[in-house]
Write a protein that binds this ligand. Structure first.
Ligand SMILES: Cc1cc2nc3c(=O)[nH]c(=O)nc-3n(C[C@H](O)[C@H](O)[C@H](O)COP(=O)(O)O)c2cc1C
Length: 229
């Protein structure tokens, strides 16, 4: 099971088959998944499309609802954990898509976001079909080590991350949104940052370490944490 290779072929899936899925594999994977910030507890629930309010034009047969304790960086942690699942599902022929434009019908203050998923025969694409910022736009200097980060999905493809080299790896920053954007995509940006970190983790599983240090923000960006890879 090579999760890292999925990064280069994956896409957000919006065309699903109605086939049933064996949820044991998903539950099993999630019982062993790596957490970014182990102090933050989270849980999930697998729902059918009738149990969610969907505001997208497309639907999936299943929705995974993510819930978390709302400690600092809970969104980053949720993105990190469940993007690993998304890459894993892709190896099983299961497509998925993060959906900000949906919510659970049963209100729950711990609710974070949903991931739509289901079997699909429209799972992959060629690298040339990724629409992404240049490596030079997402870092202080372009670095091929950031290729898996460059290809990470984000809400409305905003790619709100920025990397600065350190001796051991990178400091990671998140775009400070302007007032208008804060309302629309601000709450998803932490999840986006967790997703980008998941891509760097599965690409460097032996060496990856994350730590929040006492570092300052830089112009236009807030400091999130530092990684060794
Ligand atoms: C936090 C988050 C929320 C998203 N919400 C939606 C959504 O509500 N509807 C949708 O169709 N796609 C949604 N997406 C998918 C993005 O639009 C998609 O990841 C991005 O355009 C990049 O395309 P790709 O995933 O195919 O590489 C979301 C993605 C993320 C990470």
């Amino acid at each position: 099971m090579d999760l890292a290779s999925q990064i280069y072929v994956r896409k957000s899936c919006r065309k699903y088959l109605d086939d049933e899925i064996d949820m044991n594999q998903i539950n099993e994977f999630l019982s062993n998944v790596k957490s970014l910030i182990p102090e933050i507890s989270y849980y999930y629930e697998i729902l059918t499309k009738d149990e969610v309010n969907i505001r997208t034009r497309w639907k999936a047969p299943y929705y995974l609802a993510i819930y978390s304790e709302k400690k600092d960086n809970f969104g980053v942690n949720a993105g990190f954990v469940f993007q690993q699942l998304s890459l894993y599902m892709q190896t099983l022929g299961i497509g998925s898509c993060w959906v900000g434009m949906a919510s659970v019908k049963q209100d729950n203050p711990d609710f974070v976001i949903l991931i739509a998923f289901g079997k699909s025969d429209d799972l992959t694409r060629d690298i040339s079909q990724f629409k992404r910022k240049d490596l030079s736009e997402i870092a202080d200097s372009p670095d091929d080590k950031l290729k898996p980060a460059q290809l990470a999905p984000s809400a409305v493809n905003s790619q709100p991350w920025y990397f600065k080299h350190t001796d051991e790896g990178f400091d990671i920053y998140k775009v400070k949104p302007n007032v208008l954007k804060r309302k629309i995509i601000g709450k998803w940006m932490d999840i986006d940052v967790g997703i980008v970190l998941a891509h760097l983790y599965v690409s460097n599983p032996e060496t990856f370490e994350f730590e929040v240090k006492n570092k300052k923000d830089i112009k236009g960006y807030s400091y999130i944490g530092s990684i060794k890879i």
